[in-house]
Design a protein around this ligand. Structure first.
Ligand code: DQA
Length: 152
């Protein structure tokens, strides 16, 4: 990372995340995804990183974006939605690109139904941020930047 070559992060949101702010607001919060995205952009600007934020309800589109990211991204922050609990295809896509990945969930998936406790993508990530709502994406970005500084 330098001034001319800023750190590039792909922020991906999976199925139903476009409903954030409207669906189960007691679980996922009242903030619409657009507002969370704007906060991510603001934070990234402050930190001097470039972020590209995308949401899709379609597994294959997320996989396409992950594969594409190997050409340009230094890191991936992903909220896979329910796909994180069972999509081996998403897991394999993340493993294949050899880019550091942080998994984010708005809610604390460990304090909810049993099926949400399992993440099939966790083994191919650096770590998870769960339970902090949209702030979790900012934490994930900071964690990746810290990692970058420590590794270099
Ligand atoms: C979620 C948690 C998942 O279990 C759920 O299927 C979602 C949202 C979260 O951000 O808390 O769609 O990923």
């Amino acid at each position: 990372m330098s001034e001319t070559n800023p750190f590039q992060i792909l922020v991906l949101n999976g199925p139903n995340l476009n409903m954030t702010g409207f669906r189960e607001p007691d679980v996922y919060g009242k903030k619409p995804l657009e507002e969370i995205d704007a906060e991510i952009q603001q934070h990234a600007q402050k930190k001097g990183v470039n972020v590209r934020i995308l949401q899709s309800n379609i597994e294959g589109q997320l996989i396409d974006q992950i594969q594409e990211a190997r050409r340009w991204a230094d890191a991936i922050v992903i909220n896979p939605g329910a796909l994180g609990h069972y999509s081996y295809a998403l897991r394999d896509a993340l493993a294949s690109v050899r880019i550091p990945v942080v998994e984010v969930h708005l809610s604390n998936v460990h304090s909810r139904e049993a099926f949400r406790r399992e993440s099939v993508i966790a083994p191919v990530t650096i770590g998870q941020v769960v339970g902090f709502g949209g702030f979790g994406y900012l934490m994930a970005i900071d964690a990746l930047l810290n990692l970058e500084r420590e590794v270099v």
